[in-house]
Write a protein that binds this ligand. Structure first.
Ligand code: SAM
Ligand code: SF4
Length: 502
């Protein structure tokens, strides 16, 4: 495939004409205007400079009631520099996290399916004009082999399948990939290993394409805007490529909602433009989805730019985000949109992830490999030539879960939500009323039990048992009415029954 794809150059203009549908952008504009107004964002940030401590306290008090913040309030938090106020923000972010998500954390793995790409994003190792990368897409038997490692050896239940943008990896190929992954079932210690939720990170798609993916059971559709600053976007995504179309990308989550894929993941690549502006952009995006469809995004991602092979742009990013600012942006996102899951990827190192998780993170990846075919082909797994960028945290899932358990966090492998219709607006309403938390707590214990029995090392199992014991005790105290039914289910899982959920 690789040589074939390279040998047949793509007519990108024609590809763009076939793929991009202006009418599926224009319908979401308000009086012909985008929900991103760069001048307004700059003004809101400037007006909020040197915020008054009393005002910050009022904003944090409002946030603690689990209310989304208005743009000027978020702008004020972004401008906080006082160490005492920052401590208060850490405290409030952690309390919001525990109130909405308790001590649960979800893990997943990225599955890089193809690095064929027609775009030329200057920061990405996969860009079309980078000769330093070996190109290929996985064929279905290879996808099966990768999934067998992830579901059978490592123990993942959730994947995010990642694709470049190329005619040979179009929607039919993505749909086929999802079918292949869902069909894998491999023997593990007590039962069988399977992937129960496949999310997709791919280029923007049309409503019809997203309907196709909905039919095959896509989990979250994730697309990062990269930068919400139109001028910067134009500079970094050369004209003549599909990705150069800022608006086609900006409204892909609107199309996703319309197609019925209502778990959507937004994100910005931090380091391309001013980090405060990007946070305001992400929040404006969340607000517009809520305004037009009644629900905000399921997740938000905030990756920092990483080194990539033969990619000079990333060696000296003008807007590089320091560790201190990275923490601040995470706190503001957590405080401003309490019902949105937050993903902190293995681009960050283990120390940073361990430190930041308690402040609001809900999902992390582990045992990640980001080369094409790198899970099953262990000999060449960390070869830079197949990778999009370099990873910061290379710990195994077992090591990550052990660390989390030792700090009192339970890893949830629950995927019940989307399989029994608790997605989109339904899940947001349940989260708001506190009901989803109850399902989640029970399902977290059941799925963690499964994982400990099927995959954990002895050391990790011991750390996990302590967490399970304290969780069961909490269920007994907090949910006496369902306790008996829950324990009956728990015993079944202990005896090898799988995929039980409330
Ligand atoms: N091709 C699709 C697209 O661009 O939307 C999806 C796949 S792309 C491989 C996934 C994401 O990786 C991009 O949206 C971008 O934010 C991120 N990325 C690209 N280059 C990166 C780098 N050097 N460091 C960190 N993340 C990067
Ligand atoms: Fe292609 Fe996505 Fe990389 Fe851009 S970020 S070059 S679209 S893989």
């Amino acid at each position: 495939m690789s040589t074939q794809a390279q040998a047949n150059p793509v007519d990108v203009k024609d590809y763009a004409r076939r793929k991009i549908r202006p009418e599926e952008v224009e319908k979401y504009l308000v009086n012909g205007r985008d929900f991103i107004d760069p001048a307004l964002i700059e003004r809101q940030l400037a007006d909020a400079a040197n915020p008054d401590p009393g005002r910050i306290r009022d904003i944090l008090a409002k946030a603690l009631e689990i209310n989304s913040l208005a743009p000027p309030e978020a702008a004020a938090l972004l401008n906080v520099n006082d160490p005492k106020a920052l401590d208060e923000m850490r405290d409030v972010a952690g309390r919001i996290k525990r109130k909405v998500y308790d001590n649960r954390i979800v893990t997943f793995a990225p599955l890089y399916v193809s690095n064929l790409c027609v775009n030329k994003c200057v920061y990405c190792g996969f860009r079309a004009d980078n000769p330093a990368i070996n190109r290929r897409r996985l064929e279905q038997p290879e996808i099966k082999a990768e999934t067998e490692v992830l579901a059978g050896r490592i123990g993942h239940k959730r994947l995010i399948a990642v694709f470049g943008e190329h005619p040979s990896t179009d929607t039919d190929y993505i749909a086929e990939t999802l079918r292949t992954i869902y069909a894998v079932s491999v023997p593990v210690r007590k039962a069988r290993g399977q992937i129960r939720r496949v999310n997709v990170n791919a280029a923007p798609l049309s409503i019809a394409d997203l309907k196709t993916l909905h039919e095959v059971g896509i989990g979250t559709f994730q697309v990062f805007q990269e930068t919400y600053h139109p001028e910067t976007y134009r500079r970094l995504h050369p004209a003549g490529t599909l990705k150069a179309d800022f608006r086609w990308r900006l409204y892909c989550m609107h199309r996703s909602m319309e197609a019925g894929v209502d778990d959507v993941g937004i994100g910005a690549l931090f380091g391309l433009y001013d980090w405060r502006f990007e946070v305001m952009g992400l929040l404006a995006h969340a607000r517009d989805l809520e305004r037009q469809f009644g629900i905000g995004p399921h997740t938000v991602s905030f990756p920092r730019i990483e080194p990539a092979a033969n990619t000079p742009f990333v060696d000296r990013p003008r807007h590089k985000v320091s560790d201190a600012d990275f923490e601040k942006l995470l706190l503001v996102i957590r405080i401003a949109i309490p019902y949105t899951g937050m993903i902190l990827t293995a681009r960050e190192n283990a120390e940073t992830r361990t430190r930041l998780i308690p402040h609001g993170v809900t999902q992390i990846d582990a045992s990640s490999r980001i080369g094409i075919g790198a899970y099953s082909d262990r000999a060449t797994e960390q070869k830079e030539k197949r990778q999009q960028f370099i990873l910061g945290d290379t710990r195994t899932l077992d090591e990550v879960i052990r660390g989390l358990a030792r700090s009192g966090l339970i890893t949830s492998f629950c995927t019940a939500g989307y399989r029994c219709g608790r997605t989109g607006k339904c899940i947001m309403d349940l989260l708001r009323s506190g009901q989803e938390g109850k399902f989640c707590k029970l399902n977290a214990i059941l799925t963690f039990r499964e994982w400990l029995d099927d995959f954990a090392s002895e050391e990790t199992r011991q750390a996990g048992e302590a967490v399970i014991a304290s969780e069961i005790e909490e269920v007994r105290r907090q949910m006496p009415k369902v306790f008996e039914q829950f324990i009956a289910g728990y015993e079944k899982v202990k005896n090898g029954t799988r995929d039980l959920y409330f």
